[in-house]
Write a protein that binds this ligand. Structure first.
Ligand code: PXP
Length: 252
């Protein structure tokens, strides 16, 4: 009997920090579209851009300029505000990930408190669903938040891997990995598709990538940081090969 083939694992490459470098000086370089092309050619299954309220990296012109030129789906990360909803409905990305946002934070710090705003988020998500955008909610690996995602009508959740990535030691990391896997199982049983992301890097990605219930991992900072030394094609394809090897039980 042949062993069951695990489902493929998608890599969403987040390119926000290419724009961070550009915005530091308001120069035309580095060219975000060139980064998109290289990421697409090197194994990205989707391109993720976070249009933050404070526009600290990605700009409106980026998303509208890049969307028609993509050969992979666009995953637009955004806060649940009226303004962002209007942009998403005009842009119609293939996917939209709803994240919490605080202006003073360094990066997205916690998951969305979906359970505490069921009605508001259901109303927010409905027009996006109607426009054919696949909506995901960025949540902590927590049963309450998974149930909320179902009640809100989001077909996908992205589990926040930040706590796992920042674990102090191996024991804490194993415990937090188990919490992610348990949430992935519960979400899967509820009919949700399960993505994960935040803080994943070349050292900590393997256990998450090996777990067969994850559909897509969204990774940005570690890839762009590595690209400074190796170039973006190597940084993306190296992450891709680690993820694929982990999913198929091989060493890369
Ligand atoms: N997923 C979400 C929802 C995020 O907000 C971010 C950071 O923008 C990422 C994934 C990527 O995280 P990192 O840059 O740490 O890989």
């Amino acid at each position: 009997m042949q062993a069951a083939v695990p489902p493929p694992l998608r890599l969403g490459v987040n390119l926000d920090h290419i724009a961070t470098i550009r915005q530091a000086r308001h120069t035309p370089y580095p060219d975000l579209m060139q980064a998109v092309r290289l990421a697409e050619a090197s194994g990205a299954d989707s391109i993720t851009l976070h249009l933050r309220e404070d526009r600290r990296h990605i700009q409106d012109d980026d998303v509208f300029g890049i969307k028609p030129r993509l050969t992979r789906p666009l995953n637009l990360e955004m806060a649940a505000t009226e303004g962002m909803q209007a942009i998403a409905l005009q842009l119609v990305p293939e996917a939209c990930c709803i994240v919490p946002e605080r202006r003073e934070e360094l990066t997205t710090e916690g998951g969305l408190e979906a359970a505490g705003q069921l009605v508001r988020l259901r109303e927010f998500v409905q027009p996006l669903n109607d426009a054919g955008i696949e909506v995901s909610l960025f949540i902590e690996p927590d049963l309450r938040q998974l149930e909320a995602a179902v009640a809100i009508g989001a077909p996908v959740v992205e589990l926040h891997t930040g706590a796992y990535a920042n674990a102090r030691d191996g024991a804490e990391r194993s415990r937090l990995a188990e919490a992610l896997f348990s949430a992935a199982r519960s979400g899967h049983e509820m009919g949700l598709a399960i993505n994960a992301g935040h803080g994943l890097d070349y050292d900590n990605v393997r256990p998450v990538a090996a777990h067969p219930l994850f559909h897509e991992l969204n990774i940005g900072h570690s890839i762009v940081a590595r690209a400074l030394f190796t170039g973006l094609p190597e940084a993306v394809s190296h992450m891709r090969s680690i993820m694929d090897a982990a999913r198929h039980g091989r060493r890369p």
